[in-house]
Design a protein. Structure first.
Length: 246
């Protein structure tokens, strides 16, 4: 598992597969991977998510990276979209159904999609196995997050071991945001891609649980009220204050 380390120009001579939703975190991870690996492919999942606007962002982001980032365009490999809409049939949560976002009796928000990240990595590993890729990259974080159990470092370390054993092939699950606050996630975007990449993340990614991609704020698009927007806004404001940008 990765912690945020300064870039030193080193490149891994192997490919990676990034779980890419079109959101802030996965786009930052895509830039991180493109700065390190020889070829980077992406995989996305349509699981009937309420905020399906993120799926519309994915191709725009990839196209802008190919057009505007000369160091990355030749390393950006193909994209893979997986239909997992059956997950919405069993998830019964606020991200796959139009209901009020609130806390449940077990202490988790009802935006938790049970098993989502476990399934995503399992499908990604199956694809990576056939494509000769052993590095899987995800934007999970247990510092600034909603308490989802499948975003925690110990869960993903366990999954890394299970995938490697179950497929008879050594997989590495990289989570470069795991120990970062949302403010440091913005800082990482700047570290890997400079101000242009920060602007791409700000204006082209989607995080809002309500699917609002019409209202542009300083920190990006969103309703400005849901937990995802609140977290993104606070991270932006803290980063700007910490780095003396305001």
């Amino acid at each position: 598992m990765s912690a945020f380390m300064p870039l030193d120009g080193f490149r891994y001579d192997e490919p990676a597969l990034v779980l890419f939703s079109g959101g802030q975190d996965s786009t930052t991870c895509l830039g991180w991977a493109l700065s390190r690996f020889s070829r980077v492919e992406t995989i996305g999942f349509n699981y009937g998510q309420r905020h399906e606007a993120e799926l519309c962002c994915r191709e725009r982001i990839r196209s802008k990276i190919a057009a505007d980032f000369s160091d990355w365009k030749d390393r950006l490999g193909p994209d893979h979209m997986i239909d997992m809409q059956s997950l919405s049939d069993v998830a019964d949560c606020a991200l796959t159904d139009h209901r009020r976002i609130e806390m449940e009796a077990n202490g988790l928000p009802n935006t938790f999609v049970p098993g989502r990240n476990l399934l995503f990595f399992t499908f990604a590993a199956a694809l990576a196995y056939r494509r000769g890729i052993r590095v899987l990259v995800g934007g999970m974080c247990e510092t600034d997050f909603s308490g989802y159990p499948d975003c925690r470092d110990d869960a993903l370390k366990s999954l890394q071991a299970t995938l490697s054993l179950g497929m008879g092939s050594p997989f590495v699950v990289e989570t470069p945001l795991m120990r970062l606050t949302k403010a440091r996630t913005w800082a990482l975007a700047e570290a890997v891609g400079g101000p242009r990449f920060v602007e791409l993340v700000r204006c082209e990614t989607h995080t809002c649980y309500m699917g609002d991609h019409e209202h542009l704020h300083d920190w990006g698009y969103g309703c400005g009220r849901c937990p995802a927007c609140e977290l993104r806004r606070r991270g932006w404001e803290c980063w700007r204050a910490e780095d003396g940008k305001d």
